[in-house]
Write a protein that binds this ligand. Structure first.
Ligand SMILES: NC(=O)c1ccc[n+]([C@@H]2O[C@H](COP(=O)([O-])OP(=O)(O)OC[C@H]3O[C@@H](n4cnc5c(N)ncnc54)[C@H](OP(=O)(O)O)[C@@H]3O)[C@@H](O)[C@H]2O)c1
Length: 222
């Protein structure tokens, strides 16, 4: 068995994730619907989050021990290049009970020393990059992770969608058209060579959540 994966993103009407001025309260207000065991955050998204919170990755905050009955989701970060230098910074955020980093054979040794020294758990899955199917299998078997909300964008969404690992796509459509020729889309993947590769969706729900914002929930047809 593999965990159920839900993509939840806010996008413009033309599918872009940049130049949005979206309401974080509204965005995160949705997440209780999935009762997630874990939240997988792409390394670019996490680094951008640190930047926006103006948090210095070298800061060494007080470590908080999770309680034994801690119901908060686990944070999972694919970081085969070893870019997230302060997992402890992550742990002082109130949303997560702990973190598991996904590494590959290409992850620099010195990053693995850092994780070991900081008592941060990690899984070695994949050669060049993280092998997500193996990672998900291990997360299900070793951590009993049954539902994961993906907090990432085009790159990781694209990889997981093309590998057939995503179950639901939840989208908040902002009332804007961004345009442009640089595809900052919420689904980035290599170009298709045939119609077979198109990912088909089944509409599960539509809701007008504010005067201008529409929420759409789709099941990925596998
Ligand atoms: N609008 C929204 O709802 C929303 C939500 C979340 C994020 N965002 C925005 O989206 C942006 C970040 O998105 P992004 O697409 O650049 O990055 P991302 O999805 O956050 O991160 C990319 C992830 O993909 C992995 N990866 C890259 N190439 C791979 C490969 N060939 N095989 C396997 N794994 C691979 C990377 O792992 P390695 O580190 O191991 O390479 C990394 O963890 C930020 O600006 C963020 O603010 C918007």
């Amino acid at each position: 068995m593999l965990p159920r994966i839900i993509i939840h993103n806010a996008i413009s009407l033309d599918g872009r994730i940049d130049w949005l001025n979206f309401d974080f309260g509204l965005f995160y207000g949705f997440i209780s619907r999935w009762n997630e065991d874990a939240n997988m955050v792409g390394s670019n998204t996490l680094l951008k989050g640190f930047e926006e919170l103006n948090q210095d990755q070298n800061e060494t905050p007080e470590e908080m021990e999770p309680g034994s009955n801690d119901q908060r989701p686990l944070l999972i970060v694919p970081d085969s290049q070893g870019r997230i230098r302060s997992c402890k910074l992550v742990l002082i955020q109130p949303y997560w009970r702990g973190v598991v980093v996904l590494c590959s054979e290409k992850t620099p040794n010195e990053y693995l020393y850092y994780l070991n020294g900081s008592r941060i758990e990690y899984l070695m899955v994949g050669k060049e990059h993280v092998n997500y199917r193996s990672a998900l299998q291990k997360l299900y078997d070793q951590y009993q992770i049954k539902t994961i909300r993906l907090d990432s964008c085009g790159t990781l969404n694209g990889i997981l969608l093309r590998e057939g690992l995503v179950d639901e796509v939840s989208i908040l459509i902002n009332p804007s058209l961004v345009g442009g020729t640089t595809p900052q889309s919420f689904f980035k993947a290599s170009d298709l060579t045939s119609y077979e590769g198109v990912i088909k969706l089944k509409l599960l729900s539509v809701e007008k959540v504010t005067e201008d914002i529409v929420w759409l929930l789709y099941e990925v047809i596998k």
